[in-house]
Design a protein around this ligand. Structure first.
Ligand code: AQP
Length: 350
């Protein structure tokens, strides 16, 4: 069966939204609006999978949820043409997760590198939710039977798990799926990851081998979407580099993670390829390249930061956007849940 093409993706409201989230994910969310029906979710249920000291407690969660919503809209997502909402408003995310928990295998989850990284050495003390995170993510996507998922490279393994869950569900219930009118036995699509652009993995400004991340203790490791022009300039000027001038060919970036990262960031912000950046700046010193990078970064991020500020100053307006999005998302989610329950054999009142 040909599935209706639909885009779904999410961002966790865990604070410190950064340039990696923007270039790896949000920029592509904006682009996909031109060609697809899109659903963009502030995944607040994912946010609480770490300890409460990490996500900051109820007031912080609500504040961060509105801030991510504001970032979506300030970056160019249209909540009227597409759907923007927060995950916890739709019960189907949790309901479908339970069904998928019974489809996914423990061996599959044991291979997830993000759990290993986030749980660290104290695995016994990690929440069950953190372990189950990828199953909830599969439910997020498949609740809308979404076919395309724009994400950063770090989410690739989770997307593969979503595909495995969709396939196993379709196999386990193939007769029932056929019996409910899906002649080819396919109820859930296998969602395709869209990992595109020159900055699918933006690295820390302090260490080119580490992902730029919200939870890095050093604020200088990342550019936050709310940073002002002076802070952006300071962080870029302090960014780790090496003593060599920039190469003229992309091949020359391979053994130089910090240079590669800054060139990738410039390329993504300016909408050109890394090679085009090197054609312009190759052979030159980092100091002048960094000045140009500050310029392009501030030009792109300053209007987003000021629009975010304006939006979060009116929480009632942001909440109304989320409520409207949730009501439209709920219609789609309820339909999937009704069909899923029938396929599984759960009796429901009509
Ligand atoms: N450094 C990155 N480069 C490119 N894309 C990135 N993404 C995250 N970091 C980078 C993408 O942003 C989207 C939303 O991410 P998330 O909020 O769900 O959580 P995350 O991946 O856990 O983000 P962080 O910043 O890395 O948080 P912590 O510090 O908690 O690990 C996703 O599409 C992600 O790929």
């Amino acid at each position: 069966m040909a599935f209706v093409e639909r885009v779904f993706s999410g961002v966790q409201p865990t604070g410190n939204l950064h340039l990696g989230n923007y270039l790896g994910a949000i920029v592509n969310f904006v682009k996909m609006q031109e060609t697809h029906n899109c659903i963009y979710c502030v995944v607040d249920m994912h946010a609480i999978t770490m300890g409460i000291d990490v996500w900051g407690g109820p007031a912080e969660l609500a504040r961060n949820t509105r801030e991510v919503t504001a970032a979506f809209i300030a970056s160019g997502i249209d909540p009227n043409k597409h759907i923007v909402f927060n995950q916890s408003q739709i019960a189907g995310h949790a309901e479908l997760t339970w069904i998928f928990n019974c489809v996914a295998r423990i061996g599959w989850l044991n291979r997830m590198t993000q759990f290993k990284e986030k749980a660290g050495k104290d695995r016994e003390n990690a929440s069950v939710g953190l372990y189950d995170y990828p199953v909830l993510m599969a439910a997020d996507i498949l609740l809308y039977r979404a076919t395309h998922v724009p994400v950063g490279e770090d989410q690739k393994q989770h997307l593969e798990l979503s595909r495995d869950i969709a396939q196993k569900f379709n196999n386990d219930f193939s007769d029932s799926i056929r019996g409910h009118g899906f002649a080819d036995g396919l109820f859930f699509p296998q969602p395709e990851p869209l990992i595109t652009g020159p900055a699918t993995r933006v690295m820390s400004l302090r260490d080119g081998t580490k992902k730029m991340s919200k939870s890095d203790a050093s604020d200088n490791s990342r550019i936050n979407l709310t940073d002002d022009a002076d802070t952006i300039a300071q962080k870029i000027r302090k960014a780790k580099t090496d003593p060599e001038p920039l190469p003229s060919e992309e091949k020359g970036l391979e053994p130089r993670p910090e240079a590669d990262n800054l060139v990738g960031i410039y390329a993504a912000l300016a909408g050109i390829s890394k090679q085009e950046v090197l054609t312009q700046f190759g052979g030159g010193q980092f100091s002048s390249f960094k000045n140009a990078l500050v310029e392009v970064c501030v030009a792109k991020l300053a209007p987003i930061a000021s629009e975010m500020k304006r939006l979060v100053a009116d929480p009632g307006h942001v909440d109304a956007i989320l409520a409207d999005g949730a009501s439209r998302a709920r219609d789609l989610a309820d339909e999937t849940m009704r069909m899923t329950k029938d396929i599984v054999g759960f009796i429901r009142s009509h």
